[in-house]
Design a protein around this ligand. Sequence first.
Ligand SMILES: C[S@@+](CC[C@H](N)C(=O)[O-])C[C@H]1O[C@@H](n2cnc3c(N)ncnc32)[C@H](O)[C@@H]1O
Length: 263
Amino acid sequence: MWDPSKYLAFADHRGRPFHELVNRIGATTPRRVVDLGCGPGNLTETLGSRWPDATIEAFDSSPEMVEAARERGIDAYLADVNTWQPKPDTDVVVTNAVLQWVPGHQDLMRAWVEQLPAGAWLAVQVPGNLAAPSHQSIRDLVATPAWRSVLSDVRLRAEDVILTPQGYADLLTDAGCVADAWETTYIQQLTGPDPVLEWVTGTALRPIRASLDDADWQRFRADLAAPLRAAYPARADGTTWFPFRRVFVVARTSSNGAGTSSN
Ligand SMILES: C[S@@+](CC[C@H](N)C(=O)[O-])C[C@H]1O[C@@H](n2cnc3c(N)ncnc32)[C@H](O)[C@@H]1O
């Protein structure tokens, strides 16, 4: 289950990559703009400001997130990206910090650009931090004898579910698009006690939270706090650096028709 308030706790850090992604979309008068995996809708709102004449639609597989987005006035629907398909007038698709949760998303991206109209835009951002100490600490803890049996049903994401920027650029260029890919490591300055633990609680730890009762969850968090403090020590001023790599790709389908390679 996604908790919109937990997720919004780091809204500024989580919002910046969205804006940097959308800035690279060159569409001027798109007909339909879709936000896939819209979360609480705070960033979807900005798409309406950028393209006031477009129909803005949002989709998310979490009922809590869809409800939070609707409360902001977003036209949000419950849907899984695995089954979503573009309408013929979908000129822009944005999916920010979502596809890292979707195994096989490379096939979906290929299918979407085949189905999108000519000259449409697909903009994707995924965290590329599965090899970072934060995720390694979670994997290490889950593999300990104390937790292995308790969490035997939990499947953590492998490091290689995310491609490199060049991998995504290759994928979309081979699918007939013009692709622009890059990566950024944000040196995020977090505040408060155990801020990295708080960060991962809103995202990476959700599958673990879902399979533990309250007492075990508190025990798990306490066990994880120590390695996270060691990997991300607090500075003398009480703040904590949390470097975070993100991978971006913005692709445009051929102006001669989607899925052709003559652009
Ligand atoms: C990290 S949040 C990102 C939210 C928003 N895009 C943003 O940038 O703030 C990930 C979102 O993806 C949604 N999500 C995860 N898997 C999904 C799927 N298979 N289909 C649709 N939404 C999904 C979650 O419910 C969650 O709202």
